[in-house]
Design a binder for this molecule. Structure first.
Ligand code: SAH
Ligand code: DHB
Ligand code: MG
Length: 224
């Protein structure tokens, strides 16, 4: 089978899984439509991945969630929906335009009150969260500029508590993690070096295939 046929099958299976387990969802579907209309790149997590984030947040009873990289807020909607009454999500986004689209999508989803969007480079806004004592965050989802993944992991750990989950997207990227020389691959290896050297977390990574091709998530639990 050609690799094009293979990725077509991954897509078709992802569509099947999303049809059986997610179905039409007016708020999520319209968020993707508004993202496309605004010219945002279609690099949101896939629907099954978004639901995985949602289930992980719910299963740990997350009340405070940190996201690095909002884009149009698709993953933000999945995560914010997992919050109980009074829960809060802070999402950090570099681009004002992305933040504006995310704010509109979150408002349409009825989630504006639960979500705080901070615009700017995350390495500037993360220290402010520390100063404000905005944490500890029960779950952090890191999905921004990949070269900074190890830096974002260090910040997520600083803003966490024992029992927090730290999840990082795009850590395999077509296998480039092994030997790629681009900034993305170098960033992925720096993350794995940091995870391997960090006694305060227990971590794994899972390779994924689907509508986003061949990629993977790293998941770290902050030890008690
Ligand atoms: N989590 C989103 C997708 C995020 S795409 C979803 O699944 O729906 C990556 C986002 O990170 C983009 O919107 C990009 O503008 C943002 N980004 C890139 N560099 C950043 C930085 N230094 N600080 C914060 N956000 C950044
Ligand atoms: C791409 C995918 C992502 O999930 C992401 O966060 C950034 C880029 C991509 O496919 O280019
Ligand atoms: Mg991603």
């Amino acid at each position: 089978m050609s690799s094009q046929d293979q990725s077509q099958r991954w897509n078709t299976v992802d569509a099947y899984l999303a049809d059986r387990l997610i179905g039409a969802d007016a708020e999520l579907d319209s968020a993707l439509a508004f993202n496309a209309a605004a010219g945002l790149p279609a690099i949101d997590v896939s629907p099954p991945q978004g639901k995985l984030l949602h289930l992980l947040a719910r299963s740990i009873g997350a009340r405070r969630i940190l996201e690095v990289g909002a884009l149009g807020g698709y993953s933000t909607i999945w995560l914010a929906r997992a919050l109980p009454e009074g829960g809060r999500l802070v999402t950090l986004e570099l681009e004002q335009k992305h933040a504006d689209v995310a704010a509109a999508n979150l408002a349409r989803a009825g989630l504006a009150e639960r979500v705080d969007i901070r615009v700017g480079p995350a390495l500037d806004t993360l220290p402010k969260l520390e100063t404000e004592a905005a944490g500890p965050f029960d779950l952090a989802f890191i999905d921004a500029d990949k070269p900074n993944n190890a830096n974002y992991f260090a910040w997520a750990l600083k803003l966490a508590r024992p029992g927090s989950l730290i999840i990082v997207d795009n850590v395999v990227r077509d296998g480039s993690v092994l030997a790629g020389t681009d900034a993305h691959a170098v960033g992925a290896r720096a993350l794995f070096d940091a995870l391997a050297a960090e006694p305060r977390v227990t971590a794994t990574a899972i390779q994924t295939v689907g509508s986003k091709g061949w990629d993977g998530f790293a998941i770290a639990l902050v030890n008690g």
